[in-house]
Design a protein around this ligand. Structure first.
Ligand code: F6P
Length: 359
């Protein structure tokens, strides 16, 4: 068994734990593992390292990825400079050539929804055998109940709420915590419940400023002179305008969300005259050590990926479905998995009086 492994897209806690599990499981079956640097970019440029027991020793608890990653490159529209001119080329055949020259039998691709989509396309174009492993703190990949990295990010966001709690209470303020998640509200929903938020704002549930202020003032009437609000970065203004931190200019413009908490703090303060502060948690959610859930889950996912290769089951993504470890075809991994506004966790939150800003 000769297999390649790479990490693509934004980093998150647990990438190294998966690399370790894949390497150790493959070696225990007499296999050899090669790690490509910086995602598909490194595979195109044929930059790789051999992975063995020594190279994955001690990495279970390390954040980031020892292989490096990028969320900028698309191997089917890969930027190159020819005669001083920027052009975009389909590099799938180069990927196939480098895969063949190492005599690989399969490639384990650890990545988010974008990386899974690219993997499917590359597999279709070249016939390379791919097994995907779903990562992202956003938990928005279709086909799996949970992505690794999510649980660790929720822990960090919940701890941030715990810390904001004391200042909110001491200063009688409304404190807003903005968390990542792109268009999905999973981190805000879970961390909001775990951290005792009074209001959870997620892109999937429309809110009003009046709805937020009503919850805050109702609390004041109950002698609770502070409120904690957790808001997902993908939440729009009540008029439907997305708040964007940046647009990265590539062949496709990459929109970077961020700043809705500042907008809300200003608006709530202006309209209610209650002091508000906003904190944007940012990349703190993606860094550092995976929690124990993610360490176990990543190990299961890595071992399962190697098991699929042994069984010759390719163009699949390992997944957790209804609590069981399984796999789903890469062709079914499309779209974005959003929070169901009527789902059980939203209902649970509502039943203990958490507001979603919708009155
Ligand atoms: O997809 C993971 C994620 O952290 C999102 O939650 C966030 O919007 C985005 O990546 C940030 O990307 P970057 O690291 O490029 O700023």
């Amino acid at each position: 068994m000769r297999i390649g492994v790479l990490t693509g897209g934004g980093d998150c806690p647990g990438l190294n734990a998966v690399i370790r599990a894949v390497t150790r499981a493959a070696i225990s079956k007499g296999g050899q593992v090669f790690g490509f640097k910086d995602g598909f970019k490194g595979m195109i440029e044929n930059r790789y390292i051999a992975l063995d027991h020594d190279s994955v020793s001690g990495i279970l608890i390390r954040g980031g990825t020892i292989l490096g990653t990028t969320n900028r490159d698309n191997p089917m529209r890969f930027e190159q400079i020819v005669n001083g001119q920027k052009i975009y080329c389909d590099m799938s055949e180069v990927i196939k050539k480098n895969y063949d020259s190492l005599g690989l039998e399969a490639l384990v691709v650890i990545g988010g929804d974008g990386t899974m989509r690219m993997s499917k396309e590359i597999a279709e174009k070249t016939g390379i055998n791919i097994v995907g492993v779903p990562k992202t703190i956003d938990n928005d990949i279709v086909g799996t109940d949970i992505t690794f990295g999510f649980s660790s990010a929720v822990d960090i966001a919940a701890q941030a709420l715990d810390r904001l709690h004391s200042t909110a209470e001491s200063h009688h303020r409304v404190m807003l915590l903005e968390v990542m998640g792109r268009d999905a509200g999973w981190i805000a929903l879970h961390a909001g419940i775990a951290g005792g938020a009074d209001i959870i704002l997620i892109p999937e549930i429309p809110y009003t400023i009046e709805g937020i202020i009503k919850t805050v003032t109702d609390r004041i009437k109950r002698d609770k002179h502070f409120s904690l609000i957790i808001v997902a970065e993908g939440v729009k203004t009540p008029e439907g305008k997305a708040i964007i931190k940046d647009i990265l200019k590539t062949d496709i413009d990459l929109v970077k969300l961020g700043g809705i908490s500042n907008y809300l703090a200003r608006t709530i303060e202006n309209e209610s005259k209650i002091e508000c502060r906003a904190t944007i948690l940012g990349h703190l959610q993606r860094g550092g050590s995976p929690n124990s859930f993610d360490r176990v889950y990543c190990t299961q996912l890595g071992v399962k990926a190697v098991q699929l290769i042994e069984e010759g089951k390719f163009q699949e993504m390992v997944a957790m479905v209804n609590g069981s470890l399984t796999s789903v075809p890469l062709s079914e991994v499309k779209g974005v998995k959003l929070v169901d506004p009527e789902g059980p966790l939203v209902q649970t939150a509502r039943q203990i009086g958490i507001s979603f800003g919708d009155g």
